[in-house]
Design a protein around this ligand. Structure first.
Ligand SMILES: CC(C)(COP(=O)(O)OP(=O)(O)OC[C@H]1O[C@@H](n2cnc3c(N)ncnc32)[C@H](O[C@H]2O[C@H](COP(=O)(O)OP(=O)(O)OP(=O)(O)O)[C@@H](O)[C@H]2O)[C@@H]1O)[C@@H](O)C(=O)NCCC(=O)NCCS
Ligand code: ADE
Length: 318
């Protein structure tokens, strides 16, 4: 691989880990771990996530490198997915080693590896640029057939080792696999527009990320919510709560902020942790950073410096 290819793989991975870290530090995030709360989790805190995120960076770089090599015709798509699965299993084992056996980023690993590979594939195009839609479409095509086969296998099982597998067999809820097979509709139709609109209106990054999280929670079929109580109304309740927060102005109005504060306590008491939406928030930010400034000379190596609102003196959104 050329030096520029190695640089690009490193930048793709660095952006993904920055996005995974930005997700977990952001607050208020009902039910989730953040820099100021453990949400409804007794077995992990912000430091667990920091260790885990840094441990998986090399695997994101490996995935981006594999994508770059595939774009050069040296690997078939089916071979690429199989290699990514092996990378993912190694990353999961390393994550569990870093966290003492706690599942912090299983979904983040799965989604991040596929998207880093797709970003690598598009980065080698002559134009050097790609839209989020193109990266997500490629990622979906890369994983579609193996994931459809996994879902078919799950239907044949008498019992499923995972919550997501059980949700699919009992209710047809496809969870993380459906999100990938369909080309990340929650990100493209909800998360990314919400993030970019908030940033364009001058919101600081933390505010824009939480607004994006709520926009994702309102639509995502998040099977993480079923881990502690296999009751599908927990998904409906989470979606309705997020929608109500958005209807009250999200973080941009005092009513919306008060509602979100109540959500934090409510989700803690109900043990509702929307970990899947948190994963998709990190993926949304990575896609935004990989593809913003389209049309200008792409600078793959610079993460834009977001000025916190207090630094620029700009009033918070009213
Ligand atoms: C394809 C797999 C990843 C599927 O995994 P599996 O079948 O084992 O489990 P699922 O229950 O289907 O979901 C796995 C995680 O995916 C996240 N998730 C769930 N729904 C969605 C969704 N609609 N969109 C996106 N992501 C979704 C979620 O992960 C996050 O939550 C976890 C932390 O929350 P928490 O409540 O703490 O969970 P626990 O600790 O388990 O519960 P408690 O102990 O606290 O009560 C964390 O993982 C977040 O990331 C789901 O948990 C898998 O089969 C696979 O193939 N993996 C390896 C292969 C791989 O990585 N390949 C690379 C690319 S091919
Ligand atoms: N901030 C977070 N809290 C709990 N689970 C998560 N999974 C991914 N991000 C998370």
């Amino acid at each position: 691989m050329t030096a520029s290819g190695q640089d690009t793989a490193a930048w793709i991975a660095e952006t993904m880990v920055y996005s995974v870290l930005a997700e977990v530090v952001s607050w208020p995030s009902p039910g989730l771990v953040s820099a100021v709360s453990n949400g409804c989790h007794a077995d992990m805190d912000i430091y667990t996530f920091l260790r885990s995120a840094l441990r998986i960076q090399p695997y994101y770089q490996e995935a981006a490198r594999l994508g770059i090599e595939q774009s050069g015709g040296r690997t078939g798509r089916e071979d690429l997915f199989r290699m990514l699965q092996k990378t993912g299993r190694r990353a999961e084992a390393d994550m569990l080693g870093a966290t003492g056996g706690v599942n912090t980023h299983k979904g983040t690993i799965f989604l991040g590896l596929i998207l880093c590979a797709a970003a690598g594939m598009t980065s080698q195009r002559p134009t050097g640029s790609a839209e989020p839609q193109e990266i997500c479409r490629l990622a979906g095509r890369l994983a579609e057939y193996p994931l459809r086969a996994q879902l078919a296998d799950i239907l044949e099982e008498t019992h499923s080792a995972s919550t997501g597998g059980r949700a699919y067999r009992e209710w047809g809820i496809r969870g993380i696999r459906g999100e990938v097979i369909d080309g990340f509709p929650s990100i493209l139709q909800q998360g990314l527009p919400a993030l970019r609109e908030a940033l364009q209106q001058g919101a600081d990054l933390r505010t824009a990320l939480i607004h994006c999280l709520l926009s994702l929670m309102a639509v995502v079929q998040d099977t993480t919510l079923l881990n502690r109580n296999f009751d599908r109304t927990r998904i409906d309740y989470t979606q309705a709560s997020a929608l109500a927060a958005l209807d009250r102005g999200s973080l941009f109005t005092s009513e919306g902020r008060a509602y979100i504060r109540n959500m934090e306590e409510d989700f803690r008491l109900r043990s509702l942790s929307p970990g899947g939406s948190a994963d998709l928030l990190a993926m949304t930010l990575a896609l935004h950073l990989w593809t913003e400034n389209q049309g200008e000379e792409r600078v793959w190596r610079t993460i834009p410096l977001y000025q916190p609102s207090f630094a620029t003196g700009s009033a918070s959104m009213s």
